[in-house]
Design a protein around this ligand. Structure first.
Ligand code: HEC
Length: 97
């Protein structure tokens, strides 16, 4: 019986984790930005964007960026999750002046 309950809670946890937003961490976000978002412009663009973009706006911008270049769905989803999880002025994209 105990095992059964344990099994159910694991299932519950797993489904919760996959149904929610994509899991990202800072290290991963940093390398995605460097690999895919600084090819055409400086990272300051992302810093500027943090001040004004909400979830939907970021989605539109990233979709547009993906049209300029070949950014696959995973790259779009990951960078979107990264950017929407960040505060304005985050040092990951905002260089100290
Ligand atoms: C193939 C080149 C290219 C790549 C790769 C690219 N961008 Fe851009 N980006 C542009 C150009 C060109 C502009 C300016 C014209 C415009 O706004 O459409 C721009 C503008 C922006 C802006 C300002 C747009 C606004 O309306 O405020 C943001 C924010 C931005 N890019 C974020 C990103 C992010 C995040 C990535 C990585 C997922 C990325 N870019 C990858 C070419 C690129």
């Amino acid at each position: 019986m105990k095992n059964f309950l344990f099994f159910i809670s694991v299932l519950f946890l797993l489904s919760g984790a996959t149904a929610g937003a994509k899991e990202v961490n800072k290290g991963m976000c940093g390398s995605y930005f460097n690999m895919f978002c600084t090819r055409c412009h400086v990272i300051d663009r992302l810093c500027e964007g943090l001040k004004k973009n909400d979830n939907k706006k970021w989605r539109d911008i990233i979709t547009k960026m993906a049209e300029y270049d070949d950014l696959d769905q995973d790259i779009q989803d990951t960078t979107h999750a990264c950017l929407t999880g960040m505060q304005a002025g985050d040092p990951l994209v905002c260089k100290k002046k």
